[in-house]
Write a protein that binds this ligand. Structure first.
Ligand code: PRT
Ligand code: ZN
Length: 227
């Protein structure tokens, strides 16, 4: 059996919007991977690297708990989990190694077209459905608005029509989903891209740090070549 502790562990989203681009980037920097669809772990055949393939929601915590060494994650999810852990008094340390050129989106507040939106104060006393309650509540606080974040893990865009909330706060890229649901984007509260993060608990071995220092400049090279 190989010694897992000597292999660099990288968490990536198993299946979703960040998966293909993250794997393409790893391959572009010369890491050969043997990925089998159902498996949680994938081994590199040419580097001392193992991939842990998980839901994106789990990646910030895996890095912050030092279970993995690196992770590819959207800044929206990373910031939300950081705020959640801070609120729970848990360690929330990490280092952003690179901001990447994919996964771009914005977290925005949107209201039904018939909602008379005159500015953030129009949300006073309202319910806003979201998967990102910590980011949304921080926005309310910074803007002095007394509104309530209602947590939904899916189908956020139908919440106003279902009578569950007055407005929503969700990720937007093209805007097509908002439009299809009769919603109007009013406030961008967070802009996000995928990032590569590293654990920051000081426990990385010299060998792993040397490997990371060899890989990161290659990421820069790949991103620059595309610009
Ligand atoms: O199963 P798992 O938990 O891993 O996946 P997930 O369903 O939570 O995440 P996934 O794969 O949908 O998204 C992963 C990450 O991709 C997000 O955390 C963002 O960092 C990034 N990303 C970029 C997006 C979008 N663009 C995006 N448009 N994530 C989600 N959307 C959704 C949005 O929620 C809405 O439903 O797409 C819809 C809006 O898109 P438009 O183009 O209609 O505006
Ligand atoms: Zn998720």
């Amino acid at each position: 059996m190989s010694d897992n502790s000597s292999r660099l562990r990288i968490a990536i989203q198993k299946s979703g919007r960040l998966s293909d681009d993250s794997i393409a980037l790893l391959k572009a920097i010369g890491i050969k991977l043997n990925i089998r669809d159902r498996l949680l772990i994938a081994h590199s055949t040419n580097e001392n690297i193992d991939l842990l393939r998980v839901r994106d929601d789990d990646i910030p915590g895996l890095v912050m708990d030092g279970v993995v060494d690196l992770g590819f994650i959207g800044e929206n999810e990373l910031e939300e989990k950081m705020l959640e852990r801070q609120a729970a008094g848990k360690a929330a340390d990490f280092e952003v190694l690179r901001r990447l050129d994919y996964g771009g989106c914005r977290l925005s507040i949107a209201v039904p077209t018939e909602f008379n939106y005159t500015g953030v104060q129009a949300l006073e006393g309202k319910k806003v459905a979201t998967t990102y309650p910590y980011l949304l509540e921080r926005f309310f606080k910074e803007n002095g608005v007394n509104a309530k974040a209602v947590m939904l893990t899916g189908s956020v865009e139908v919440a106003p029509r279902a009578g569950v909330a007055h407005a929503i706060c969700d990720l937007v890229s093209t805007g097509a989903t908002l439009e299809a649901n009769g919603l109007q984007e009013e406030e961008v509260i967070f802009r996000s891209k995928a990032v590569l993060i590293q654990r920051a608990d000081g426990e990385l071995s010299d060998e792993k740090l040397a490997l990371i220092n060899r890989l990161v400049p290659r990421i820069d090279g790949v991103i620059q070549a595309k610009e």
